[in-house]
Design a binder for this molecule. Structure first.
Ligand code: HEC
Ligand code: HEC
Ligand code: HEC
Ligand code: HEC
Length: 127
């Protein structure tokens, strides 16, 4: 009996470690170099958790004549197009992130028992 208990604990431990390692890969650590003299810690973004239910083009875009024609061959790094300062209709980098992330979190009604991060500290977590 005692041995079975230990075995069960080992199996459980391996399972937990394996799922953590898996979850880690699905996380994007976002700390853009473009932001010199950072004011906030970077953001850990659960990318895969998002694209499991949300279309790629809700966040990624490549506009041609006002139409979003983004596909996987296109640019994914937001800082390639959005500079620190806004240029015409293209907003600055910080605003681009906040409008995208916070905008959707405010508009979306979360599943029961969940809440989506909208306050600074919920995304910019101290390490
Ligand atoms: C909720 C928003 C969102 C959705 C949905 C989304 N992405 Fe992303 N994706 C991002 C952000 C933000 C980054 C990081 C960009 C940056 O740091 O400049 C990123 C980065 C990436 C990268 C580069 C990093 C990496 O993991 O290799 C790829 C490739 C990518 N996305 C592909 C996709 C594809 C394909 C889909 C749809 C299946 C998708 N994304 C859906 C927001 C999203
Ligand atoms: C290939 C260049 C390019 C890349 C890469 C890019 N953007 Fe944009 N983005 C633009 C342009 C151009 C506009 C202005 C579109 C317009 O209204 O004419 C824009 C507009 C926006 C807007 C305003 C709403 C909308 O969708 O039009 C948000 C928010 C935004 N970008 C966030 C992001 C985020 C977040 C990323 C990275 C996941 C990103 N952008 C990557 C070029 C880019
Ligand atoms: C189009 C809508 C949309 C956009 C854009 C979006 N999110 Fe989310 N976000 C969601 C939804 C829906 C959930 C809840 C997902 C779930 O429960 O599986 C979520 C959950 C989260 C969570 C909490 C995960 C958890 O389970 O605790 C974090 C952190 C997060 N988002 C960060 C971001 C960041 C950072 C960005 C911008 C780079 C972003 N999100 C853009 C819709 C969005
Ligand atoms: C839903 C997630 C989310 C929330 C909520 C959010 N941010 Fe951000 N913020 C981001 C992402 C993603 C970036 C770009 C990633 C990075 O830090 O490089 C960013 C970038 C920034 C930057 C530029 C980088 C720096 O540190 O100088 C500042 C400043 C900032 N946010 C301040 C705030 C403040 C203040 C609040 C609250 C009013 C806030 N953010 C709320 C996701 C969020």
């Amino acid at each position: 009996m005692k041995n079975r208990g230990i075995l069960l604990m080992i199996v459980l431990a391996i399972f937990i470690i394996a799922t953590c390692a898996y979850a880690q890969e699905e996380m994007l650590k976002m700390e853009h170099k473009a932001f010199e003299n950072r004011q906030r810690p970077g953001v850990t973004f659960p990318h895969a958790q998002h694209f499991a239910t949300i279309e790629c083009t809700a966040c990624h875009h490549f506009y041609v004549d006002g139409e979003n024609v983004w596909d996987e061959s296109r640019e994914t790094n937001c800082a390639t197009c959005h500079g620190l300062k806004a240029e015409g209709k293209k907003m600055g980098l910080m605003k681009a992130f906040h409008e995208n992330c916070v905008g959707c979190h405010r508009e979306t009604k979360p599943a029961a028992g969940k809440s989506l991060p909208v306050t600074c500290g919920e995304c910019h977590k101290k390490k």
